[in-house]
Design a binder for this molecule. Structure first.
Ligand SMILES: C[S@@+](CC[C@H](N)C(=O)[O-])C[C@H]1O[C@@H](n2cnc3c(N)ncnc32)[C@H](O)[C@@H]1O
Length: 237
């Protein structure tokens, strides 16, 4: 696991709304981020075309995996861009979308196939609701190792039998080399030091994911790539 830092996301400079910090972003940070996001963008059509195309690719991949499932759970759905694309691709799909930031999902609130629950999994779930299949798209980076294990265990304890993690917070040789070079350039004053940015979360290797998933009780674990930077990790009980 390796810490990483960011200064912007979706073309929004964090300094516009918050002082950069060496602490992980809190819910209040994400709330302020989304408030700025909705000032800048007014619909999915306003977003960078290549980013929307990337999210649509993710939705297509998820759709190919869910097959006959009709009720699925998304944990940490953000703006709901992937969930919206999924319901456009598959008319029989119903998605429960969990997202801590109350306003983040405003563009999908009117979609009758998406039900939004604000809060943290599993505390925010109503009793008696169950899902065979769940996914978490680009939220694994928020957890340190203990929290990640506890989160995965809570997914297993909830009764999910297949869990899909989609992540771009990868740590591999290429990433390690690139960080090493940036650290040297930062120390020489040629670029800003990485650690001067906002502490954004943790990068993980395949082995670290595998270990955490096994620890939680998953038995079958499969890794597949999407493009150069995104990993689909399919875990089954
Ligand atoms: C990088 S965004 C990804 C959003 C969305 N899944 C996507 O791919 O567009 C990370 C999201 O995780 C949410 N988040 C932060 N901490 C979380 C947690 N402990 N559990 C679930 N979601 C969390 C944030 O509010 C944010 O919307």
């Amino acid at each position: 696991m390796k810490k990483f830092y960011q200064v912007e996301w979706l073309d929004i400079d964090f300094k516009e709304f918050e002082t950069l910090s060496s602490e992980l972003p809190t819910k209040s940070f994400y709330d302020k981020f989304y408030a700025r996001f909705f000032e800048k963008y007014h619909s999915f059509d306003d977003l960078d075309e290549s980013w929307v195309a990337y999210k649509t690719q993710i939705a297509k991949r998820i759709n190919a995996i869910v097959k006959s499932e009709t009720n699925i759970l998304s944990i940490g759905s953000g703006t709901g861009i992937v969930e919206n694309a999924l319901t456009n691709l598959n008319s029989s799909l119903r998605i429960m979308s969990i997202e801590p930031s109350e306003d983040a999902s405003r563009w999908v609130r009117a979609n009758p196939k998406i039900s939004i629950v604000n809060g943290y999994f599993p505390e925010c779930m109503d009793k008696g609701v169950s899902f065979e299949f769940a996914y978490a798209n680009n939220i694994d980076y928020v957890f340190d190792d203990d929290e990640y294990k506890a989160f995965l265990k809570s997914v297993v304890d909830y009764g999910v039998s297949e869990f899909l993690i989609i992540t771009s917070a990868n740590y591999n040789l290429k990433v390690a080399l690139s960080l090493f070079i940036k650290e040297i350039l930062g120390a020489l004053g040629i670029i800003a030091k990485l650690a001067d940015g906002q502490f954004w979360g943790y990068l993980r290797s395949k082995n670290e994911h595998r270990e955490a998933l096994k620890h939680a009780g998953f038995r079958e674990i499969e890794f597949n790539k999407l493009g150069t930077d995104t990993m689909f990790i399919r875990a089954k009980i």
